[in-house]
Design a protein around this ligand. Structure first.
Ligand code: HEM
Length: 262
């Protein structure tokens, strides 16, 4: 597979390559083909039952709140324990917001490379989801490995293990947003960065989630400094909660940047 082409955006969604969002860079060509096929299926006759509507609403609430608040908490934690990263991010954000209103335009937000890198590294290092599960509908040969996955056999994709493999991420337990900066992104192999899953059943709200996370970070950092305190656990300890990994305890101090915030 030509990783260069993949990571520069050839043959991918039309908005890929127009911004710095890391999640755009992770698909292979096979992936794009499958996506096209799935969305070509005629859905005109499909009707949702009441149970299906209720189930969807429930999953939206469950999948939506816990993951976003968890990602934000983990990111704020990393900024508190890595003050150099926080300062660099603050400088980038401060230079991008409107000096009079303190607002930031949508396009500008999507084009801030360090903000994207910090968010991407948070989602790599603190993978929220436990293994992704898939059930193949037909037998599938795994390249030249001699392994065939049988139809109906459950396949578990261990996101945390992949995100912490030395093979894909040197020094995997270190928080290093620079891995996801534009000049380094081509080193990341397709399908090794999976915070939102992959394929036609990946996270439906990936763009929305990143947007709200980035926007919240921008406004938080403009007003507050995030500081490590005696209660801050380094490293974080995790526990399992429903289908996700969450911090056992996450404490930091939040200080106003300016006197007027007091
Ligand atoms: C940082 C935030 C989030 C992360 C890391 C995340 C991660 C994930 C992951 C790993 C999956 C499974 C994908 C797969 O099996 O390939 C998933 C599915 C899903 N997510 Fe998210 N998610 C986030 C935010 C949200 C939000 C805000 C919503 C809703 C507003 C949402 C709704 C869903 C739904 C409905 C599914 C199931 C999709 C399906 O089965 O077709 N997620 N998410």
């Amino acid at each position: 597979m030509d990783t260069e082409a993949i990571n520069t955006g050839e043959g991918m969604d039309e908005d890929r390559g127009l911004n710095t969002n890391t999640h755009h860079d992770n698909e292979g060509e096979e992936e794009s083909e499958i996506r096209k096929k799935v969305f070509d299926i005629k859905l005109a006759n499909k009707r949702l039952t009441e149970d299906e509507i209720v189930a969807q609403a429930f999953v939206f609430l469950l999948a939506g709140y816990l993951s976003t608040t968890g990602a934000l908490a983990n990111c704020i934690y990393e900024l508190a324990v890595n003050p150099d990263v926080q300062q660099r991010l603050y400088d980038e954000i401060n230079g991008a917001v409107d000096a009079d209103t303190g607002d930031i335009e949508y396009d500008r937000l999507a084009r801030l490379p360090y903000l994207d890198a910090v968010m991407a590294e948070t989602l790599r290092h603190h993978s929220l989801a436990l293994p992704l599960s898939r059930y193949p509908t037909r037998d599938y040969k795994l390249g030249t490995t001699g392994i065939t996955i049988k139809a109906g056999q459950q396949v578990e994709i261990p996101i945390y293990a992949i995100h912490h493999s030395e093979q894909y991420y040197p020094d995997p337990f270190k928080f290093k947003p620079d891995r996801f900066m534009p000049e380094n992104k081509h080193l990341i192999k397709p399908y090794t960065y999976l915070p939102f899953g992959v394929g036609p059943r990946n996270c439906v709200a990936l763009r929305f989630a990143l947007l709200e996370l980035k926007l919240t970070l921008v406004h938080t950092l403009l007003e507050y400094r995030l500081v490590r305190c005696p209660e801050t656990d380094v490293p974080l300890r995790y526990k399992r909660f429903i289908h996700q990994t969450v911090a056992e305890r996450l404490c930091i101090r939040i200080e106003p940047r300016f006197e007027t915030n007091i």
